[in-house]
Write a protein that binds this ligand. Structure first.
Ligand SMILES: NC(=O)c1ccc[n+]([C@@H]2O[C@H](COP(=O)([O-])OP(=O)(O)OC[C@H]3O[C@@H](n4cnc5c(N)ncnc54)[C@H](O)[C@@H]3O)[C@@H](O)[C@H]2O)c1
Length: 285
């Protein structure tokens, strides 16, 4: 079926980015979250992202107006009934995602695809919360969505070939390069990335180096564009902790146990850039 309207559930950093690239690729977007305040912040952020492109003369002012006019925001999941393809990008909590998929399944007409941007939770489990497991797929965008090329497309046990192909095609229409992965906790990207970030937090906790030095060593020594602690702050320390919990529980190997210092930061509400403080401070002086 032709896709013209994309539903995005969750208007945090990832949902906002997915909505922005969808608008930029000519789709209508329905963006949902729990409060009007979050939605207003997301709309303003998308507007700012498009302003930058106008200034760089990549799009015209008219393009920007047309894209913003294609964005509808709502706190009601019922609006997803009008969406041809829905991507869930809410907080990384298994119970929450299972509830949201149960609800989406009741609202979105049968036969339409429900994708999840989860970083680690098994697609097969999320799919089993619906009556259309063949239409559920992982569509794992990277952060920041407008800049990062990759979409990891994950097939659950029951994901159909049609669903997989349609998701690969949509990813390309969004200007991304989709790469397939199979359904294991953390898939490929976070199975490899999160143990590195976790080890960097252990190195910090054990006093092997200061945060700035650990990051500088990995930037210059491994040619990474960002150090692992700055990257953890960008991802969100709550999301990192949840992914490590999923890896540890799902794979049963203690090597994935989250570092106590990571847990402590999350307990304190230091979630990274999004809250103004993580391993670094982002508060304006
Ligand atoms: N941060 C990253 O680098 C990254 C990268 C790839 C994938 N992801 C995944 O994307 C998803 C979102 O992550 P994020 O970084 O955008 O988190 P975030 O904290 O910025 O945003 C999550 C949003 O979900 C909303 N939400 C929570 N419960 C909801 C509900 N019942 N209905 C509607 N909205 C609800 C929250 O209000 C919040 O706005 C997670 O599954 C995460 O694992 C994150």
């Amino acid at each position: 079926m032709a896709i013209s309207r994309i539903g995005v559930l969750g208007a945090g950093q990832m949902g906002s980015g997915i909505a922005q690239v969808s608008l930029m690729s000519g789709f209508q977007v329905v963006l949902a979250d729990v409060s009007d305040a979050v939605l207003a912040k997301s709309r303003a952020g998308i507007g700012k992202g498009l302003d930058i492109l106008v200034r760089k003369e990549k799009i015209t002012e008219q393009d920007r107006e047309r894209m913003m006019a294609g964005l509808a925001t709502t706190t009601s999941l019922a609006e997803f009934a009008a969406c041809d393809f829905t991507v869930e990008a809410a907080t990384e909590k298994e119970e929450l995602k299972l509830d949201l998929f149960r609800e989406l399944d009741g609202v979105v007409p049968a036969g339409r695809i429900l994708a999840t941007n989860t970083s680690s939770i098994p697609i097969t489990k999320i799919a089993a919360a619906t009556k259309r497991p063949d239409k559920v797929v992982g569509m794992h965008f990277m952060n920041p969505v407008p800049l990062m090329k990759l979409v990891e497309v994950i097939r659950g046990l029951q994901t159909s070939q049609d669903t997989f192909v349609a998701t690969m095609e949509l990813s390309r229409k969004l200007g991304k390069e989709p790469v397939p992965a199979n359904d294991f906790p953390g898939f490929v990207a976070n199975r490899i990335l999160m143990p590195m970030i976790n080890e960097a937090v252990y190195a910090l906790m054990e006093g092997v180096g200061k945060a700035e030095d650990i990051d500088a060593i990995m930037r210059m020594g491994a040619n990474h564009p960002m150090g692992p602690l700055a990257l953890a702050d960008l991802i969100g320390l709550d999301t990192c902790l949840e992914v490590l919990n999923v890896l540890q529980q799902g794979l049963g190997d203690p090597k994935y146990r989250p570092c106590p210092l990571l847990r402590k930061h999350v307990d304190a509400g230091y979630l990274g850039k999004k809250t103004g403080r993580g391993f670094y401070s982002y508060e304006k002086a």
